[in-house]
Design a protein around this ligand. Structure first.
Ligand code: DX5
Ligand code: ZN
Length: 219
């Protein structure tokens, strides 16, 4: 299966962010994953608009923005202006999903919906024809470096079958590494976010190669 890999800079060495962005470019990832946390929707705070603007000004990498925040609709235009290419927000957040998807599209960006582990697959049903990405969280959102929740495999498989061949990314985020990649891809994922695994490698390119090889073994 043709998979895409998105490196989550939550696990980057933030004091040397430019070097880390160069490392991601050199490693041959497909996207850069940018996690926004607001301390309300998740019990953590990451980074926001100014850092995204700095990153987008410094790279041509596709910027895959994951909003873990309450009421994301208020901030769609700001994240678009700061350089996002795709914005994925949580169905459990307080904004109306249809309005939020429309706002993202109005800015000319790809739109995604994200599901926390407790949210069932059927929650995506109303949106299948309206989004470019569906993100199944494979950990509780909020922190990098957690273990992949194997019980999410069924949800991934269910959503893959609901998609019925539609060209929508099925993204997984949390606990993805050289081993869990195979499991997630076998279940149906095709866009893999990896943070601590990739940034923890001396040679990030090796990590990408491991993930692509693991995905290849599933077909
Ligand atoms: C977690 C974030 C993830 C995080 C993944 O809430 O959404 O993107 O960076 O980190 P790893 O790959 O270390 O599990
Ligand atoms: Zn994320």
């Amino acid at each position: 299966m043709d998979i895409k890999i998105s490196a989550s800079i939550l696990s980057a060495d933030l004091l040397h962010l430019e070097d880390e962005v160069r490392r991601v470019e050199a490693a041959g990832t497909d996207m850069l994953h940018y996690d926004v946390m607001d301390s309300v929707f998740v019990p953590n705070i990451s980074f926001g608009l100014p850092v995204l603007q700095a990153v987008s000004g410094a790279t041509d990498l596709f910027l895959d923005v994951h909003l873990m925040m309450r009421d994301p609709l208020r901030y769609i235009q700001d994240f678009a202006k700061a350089g996002a290419d795709m914005i994925t927000f949580h169905l459990e957040s307080a904004s109306d999903p249809f309005q939020t998807i429309a706002a993202i599209h109005d800015c000319g960006l790809k739109a995604g919906i994200a599901l926390k582990p407790a949210t069932p697959a059927r929650a995506v049903l109303p949106f299948l024809d309206d989004v470019e990405n569906i993100l199944v969280m494979t950990v509780e959102p909020g922190f990098g470096g957690q273990r992949y929740l194997h019980e999410m495999d069924q949800k991934i498989a269910r959503i893959r079958s609901l998609l019925e061949g539609r060209r929508v990314y099925l993204q997984v985020d949390g606990g993805i590494n050289g081993e869990t990649t195979a499991e997630a891809v076998r279940a149906g994922a095709d866009l893999l976010v990896a943070g601590s695994y990739l940034f923890g490698m001396d040679d990030m390119g090796k990590g990408i190669a491991e993930m692509r090889a693991a995905a290849g073994r599933t077909s």
